[in-house]
Write a protein that binds this ligand. Sequence first.
Ligand code: ASP
Ligand code: MG
Length: 421
Amino acid sequence: MNVFKFGGASVSTPERVRNVGAILGRYPTDTLLVVISAMGKTTNALEKVTEAFFAGNKDEALQLFEGIKDEHRSMAIALGQEDTTYLNDFFTEVEWLLHDKPVRDYDYYYDQVVCVGELLSTAIVSRYLNDNGVGNQWLDVRDILRTDDNFRDAQIDWNYTGQKVQELVLPALQQNRIVLTQGFIGSTDGNESTTLGREGSDYTAAVFANLLGAEGQTIWKDVQGVMNADPKQYEHAQWIRELNYREVIEMAYYGAQVIHPKTIKPLQNKSIPLYVKSFIDPAGEGTIIHNSPIRELPPIIVYKRQQVLVELATKDFSFVGEGGTAEVYRIFEELKFRPNLTQNGAVSFLCVIDEHPEKVEALAHRAAQTFDVQLTRGLTLLTIRHYNDGLIGELCGDSSIILKQQTPETIQVLLSSSQAL
Ligand code: ASP
Ligand code: MG
């Protein structure tokens, strides 16, 4: 039993959907649970629909949604499906809601609207595969994956979900060998849709791998495997053959866009290896992530742009101390901020956070009750694991260093110019 996850880019065009069929054809006897994301940039488009609806622009929301409907119908037709009426139930679920006026909070509507992206995508791909000799059963993951009602960041009820996996998923796998379902979405005990956070499909796949005791999980991406840097940001990015769970958690923590950070724990807990492979070159080796210690890793480079340095200084020149530090963390918790870097000083506390204008304002406002607050915007945070001096020099270039933190393994440098490479 293996779990496969295909991301949005792997099903963004009819040709790529056919390619997914070809990849599954390479595993003619394997039992596979396949998780597929929303097609291409559908999730972003659905976010726009939700925003328009929540701002009271019903017509705009409906019009934007019409565009999404057209795209999915065209996809189905391009894949040879003459009858696309099976998509109508999904469309209606959203339209019915868009005709109302918003009375609940934004996150609730977000989840009800956005979840349709994965439902449409999996329904279309499942039908395409069944029409083309890759028999499979489609499941609505909302009947299986139970969560709390913390919309947009829902937490999984492992007991209930585990039970449903035994009741619904295992028999379906035994009967049909391939089961296709959605990532990223779930449902409350009141049948309201929920989502697990952007890019959450990797995590869903890992939850299934854990509950099914899978032999392995494979994430199919448009890169050769895990790279030591984003090739768009660093031209010398190299492919890494083997990593361990710990290293990947560290990479995700520092902001590498490799794998959703929650993915590793369910796999690590059952020692299930994770493979990252290329859907463009499925015969390629890819990257294996597992438990073994790994020597000689290349430097791992992560850039975070649009960073804000927040300096919180005591108003009366008293020491920040434990009390002040505890207060800062209370504020982070209240506002759900996770700083990317922090540093304590005598009478000030520094932290670096992502630029979300409203949240930064809220933080500054709240912190001003206790501290003098100073903000510096437009910075870049560079993290290098397994660094060497030459590389630090090369990557910092001539931008000035505002802050530096270093352990034997990891160096983080806050740079003044967001153009820094
Ligand atoms: N479709 C969702 C997103 O784009 C979930 C995922 O792809 O993992 O964030
Ligand atoms: Mg994705």
